[in-house]
Every structure is written in C-alpha cells, then in structure tokens.
Design a protein around this ligand. Structure first.
Ligand code: FAD
Ligand code: SF4
Ligand code: SF4
Length: 481
C-alpha cells in the first residue's frame, strides 16, 4: 500500500512559523512571523485529515479548496497547490497573513475541535503564494481576448482590486479611481507593516497595472471628478470606498490637542515609517508617539494596531483602555498577546469619562472602572460603572480607536437616489453587489460596514461575476437582434 502522506496530526504537533523576539520586533515595522521552510510547510500540511466535510472550507468566506492545497503541499506539488489556491482567492498570501484564522478556517478545523491543534492553514497559504512569487509563477493578466465594455471602480482597496482582477482576466477595460496616492486601501494605509509588509501589497498593485488595469490616483470622487462623470464614462461602476468616518467621543475635555483618531495616526505612520514619506504631522510630533505616554481607547483590531505602532515609534509607555474584559474584547486574542509581549499594558474594564489638559494640551484620561452586568439586547454583558473608583491616567497622546462608519455618499456625491441603509452603508443585493441604480454596484466595507479583507475580496469577485454575466446577456441579446 502506498505510504499515507496525510493524517499526520496524530504524530506531529501543530507548529507555527517562528516569531521574532519581542525586544527585536519592537524596533521595526517588519512582519513578526518568519516563513515556513519547505520541509516544515510539507510537515504541517500533512497533519490535515482530509475531511469528507471540511469545516475549514465552509468557514472560509472564499470557500477555498483547503484540503486539496494542503494535500498538494504535503506531497511537494507546490505549483499545483498555488494554482488551486489562487483559483478562489485573489490575494492568498495577504489572507494567509491577516485573516483572523482563529475565527474562520482554523477555528473550525476538525482536528482543532478534537483537541489536536488546528492545521496551520493561514501560514501554509502564505507559504504557497510567497513561493509562487519567488519562483515566478505569479504572472500579469493576459486576457485571451479584449472586450468592448469598461468598468469604473471607485476605491483601490481589496474589494475594488479583487473585482478589477476578475474583470480584467475576462478582457474588460478597468479603471480604478482612488483618492490616495497609492493603491491598496487599508492594506496599504490602515494595516501596519508588522502584520503586512507593504511590498507584498505594492507587488500586487504593480501586477494589476502590468495586466492592463488603469489606476487614476489622487482622485477624490465627488471633488476631483463627479460620480455622474464616472457613470457616463463606463458601462458599469463599482463603489468600493470602504468606511472612514471615525466614531468619536463627546465628553469633557475632548477638544484638547493630542487626542487623535486611530485612522489618522495609522495612515501617517504607514506613510512615514513604511514608505519613508516626509509627513509634517509625523515630523512635528502631532501624530507620532515618540517619547510619549500613550493611551489608546478601544478593544478592537484597530486599537491593537495603534498600541503596537506606538511601541515601535518609541512611546515611553502604552496603555490600552477597554470597557469590557479580555474574554469579551472584539480584537483578536493572538494580536493582544503579541501586544502584551511587546510591552503594552491593558486596563480591562476601564472607560474614559473625560480628559484633563495642561494649557489646552491633553494631560490625562479620566477613567471610570467598570464591571460586567446583565446581558443586553445583543446578549453581551453590558458594562456598568463602579462608583467611586475613578482615577486619572496620565497621557501625552490619546488615540481613539472606536470603530468606523460610512461617509454620507449620497450627499458627498450629490446622488440622493443612491440607496443607503439606516447605518449609511450602501444597499446592495447579496452576492452580486447590484444597487437599485442601473449599472451601479457596491462591495466591501461600504456595504457590510467595517469588516474583513477576505469578505471584501469575496464581494469584489462575486460582483465581477455578476457584471460579466450582465455584459454577456447584453451581448447575446444584441447578437440575436
Ligand atoms: P478599503 O480597504 O477601505 O479601501 C477603500 C478605498 O477607497 C481606499 O483606498 C480609499 O482611499 C478609497 N476611497 C474612499 N472614498 C473615495 C472617494 N470618494 N474617491 C476615491 N477613492 C475613495 N481586516 C482583516 O481581515 N485583517 C486585519 O488584520 C485587519 N486589520 C485592520 C486594521 C485596521 C487599522 C483597519 C482600519 C482595518 C483592518 N481590517 C482588517 C479591515 C479591512 O482592512 C477592511 O475590511 C478592508 O480593507 C475593506 O476593504 P474595502 O476594499 O471595502 O475598503
Ligand atoms: Fe483561512 Fe482566510 Fe485563507 Fe480562507 S482566506 S483559508 S479564512 S486564511
Ligand atoms: Fe484538514 Fe482541518 Fe480542513 Fe479537516 S477541517 S480538511 S483536518 S484543515
């Protein structure tokens, strides 16, 4: 009988690529995990039990064919593993780095459920495509034939880029408009380099440009060009603008200087520290934690990115205030642990009630201690104030990381008929992204609210398919006339 290459979870323990020591990684913005060596990737992939009903796959938003590419990796057929992986995912090496795998594929792996430790799906996915790049298997799009239709995409984040990739492969002319100077959306200017190094994103942007996707950068739709003009230029338009309006805190002292928004802090840090851009607010210290006592408010992934960025910028201390406890925080446990290792102090069950200042400059956060009470309508235990336990947390820089809401697109773009939900997200049909405006589609965070990269990719791919099917239907009816 042939030697069984899989099911090795009984002999081989779960292993992750090695993680750099905390004192080393505090010093730079490089990724913290190393790459698997080839033998290690094969070994870890071979732990998969090749389930008949793979829960990993059903819990991956892209329904990636995980068991197949694990089997191909375990048996050394890496190019086929890459082909299989990229067939369902536009950016596998990016998802392998930044998907919250513990909540998606890996968290639902059958051998994790049986107590053996999950197959390290994300690390293998990253390894396969990083290897494909090294070996030259990742090549620019060359459509078999060019089509006459064109699509305008507003927003060069993962949702817009994934749609662009699929449409261009089918020979459609694609133009992407973005208000930033570099493409990638939050992959470029939100997520810090220690989770996702920027050359990983930039090589993807370049690949799309080499495949014929046109990028119109520094173009703020609604200001530099109207939405109507874009609609008039293209046969279909995709809105992929993400959500950028930061939730705010209105409380005593919140107007003091030195209280900043997470997205501003992270964008400037990405520009200055990862791309070496000269940014005034970074250089003059407005959006720079160097030498400061930093307090970050919030318990989500954005807060984790802010605390860890502050450490790398040279803050003298970094504290994170969150009103619930560790078990109830929305951010990833893995990122929280990474932050603690790097020196971040978490103040659980702590909420701000105001700010003190010194001559208009923030000097501290007035903190009230909380306890968890009865579950509220959402089923989560609601935080309640513990009277008489307030204190002041000294701070030179306070970063608000309280989540994001959509900008008001119907007003900004003078499109009162663009349908939006009561939360301000664009109303679009499930699995096509079609809005009620003819030929206008929407994908990613602007439809879902703040979500995940992998969901934006899924939306972009689904929407591209819907647009292609619309074009094909129109072409067949013209041919029939
Ligand atoms: P975006 O990535 O936001 O891209 C939208 C693009 O539209 C931007 O480039 C913007 O400049 C452009 N745009 C907006 N308005 C206009 C306009 N009027 N004209 C022209 N261009 C416009 N998800 C994960 O899966 N893992 C993570 O680790 C993770 N970490 C995150 C960390 C931070 C700090 C943040 C903020 C988010 C994080 N996310 C993470 C969420 C993830 O980044 C988003 O869900 C995803 O990027 C959404 O993709 P998108 O294409 O919808 O929008
Ligand atoms: Fe897991 Fe994300 Fe990859 Fe899907 S895309 S297999 S959820 S890491
Ligand atoms: Fe393999 Fe786990 Fe997926 Fe089963 S659930 S196929 S063991 S990765």
């Amino acid at each position: 009988m042939a030697k069984q290459p899989m099911l090795k979870f009984v002999q081989i323990d779960r292993d992750m690529p090695s993680k750099r020591a905390a004192e080393d990684r505090r010093e730079d913005f490089d990724e913290i995990y190393a790459e698997f060596a080839a033998a290690k990737a094969e070994e870890q992939a071979s732990r998969c039990s090749q389930c008949g009903v793979p829960y990993c796959q059903s819990h991956c938003p892209l329904h990636n064919n995980i068991p197949d590419w694990l089997h191909l990796t375990a048996t050394g057929r890496l190019q086929e593993a890459y082909e299989t992986s990229q067939a369902t995912n536009t950016f596998p090496e990016i998802c392998g780095r930044i998907c919250p795998q513990d909540r998606l594929c890996e968290g639902n792996c059958v051998i994790e459920q049986s107590g053996h430790g999950t197959v390290t799906i994300g690390a293998v996915e990253k390894y396969i495509t990083d290897t494909a790049w090294d070996k030259g298997w990742v090549q620019p799009i060359k459509p078999a034939h060019e089509r006459g239709e064109s699509v305008g995409i507003i927003g060069a984040g993962p949702g817009g880029l994934a749609a662009a990739d699929m449409l261009r492969r089918a020979g459609v002319k694609v133009t992407i408009y973005d208000r930033y100077d570099r493409a990638g959306g939050l992959l470029t200017y939100g997520i810090p380099g220690f989770k996702l190094e920027k050359d990983v994103v930039m090589r993807r942007n370049q690949l799309l440009a080499d495949g014929g996707v046109e990028f119109v950068m520094n173009c703020n739709v609604g200001q530099d060009i109207s939405f109507d003009d874009i609609r008039a230029k293209h046969d279909a338009v995709i809105i992929a603008t993400g959500v950028y309006k930061s939730r705010d805190l209105e409380m005593p002292g919140s107007g003091a200087t030195g209280i900043v928004k997470a997205i501003d802090f992270l964008t400037v840090s990405n520009k200055a520290s990862n791309f070496g851009d000269s940014i005034e607010e970074f250089d003059n210290g407005t959006l720079n934690a160097d030498g400061k006592r930093v307090v970050v408010i919030g318990g989500g992934d954005t807060a984790m990115d802010c605390v860890r960025t502050s450490i790398r910028q040279g803050a003298t201390s970094v504290k994170c205030l969150y009103r619930r406890d560790r078990a109830n925080m929305p951010g990833s446990q893995r990122e929280t642990q990474n932050a603690e290792e790097e020196g971040v102090v978490f103040e659980w069950l702590s909420a701000p009630k105001g700010f003190t200042d010194d001559g208009g400059k923030v000097a501290g956060v007035m903190v009230q201690k909380m306890r968890l009470g009865q579950p509220d309508a959402s089923g989560r235990q609601a935080p309640e104030v513990i009277e008489g336990a307030d204190y002041i947390e000294p701070a030179d820089l306070v970063i608000k990381a309280l989540g994001f809401e959509p900008e008001n697109l119907p007003t900004l773009w003078d499109q009162p008929e663009l349908p939006v939900t009561r939360w301000g997200t664009v109303k679009a049909t499930f699995q096509t992204g079609a809005t009620e405006l003819d030929g206008v589609y929407a994908v990613g965070d602007i439809v879902r609210g703040a979500s995940l990269v992998v969901w934006a990719i899924k939306d972009g791919r689904d929407c591209a398919e819907a647009i292609l099917s619309r074009f094909n239907t129109a072409a067949s009816s013209m041919a029939a006339e």
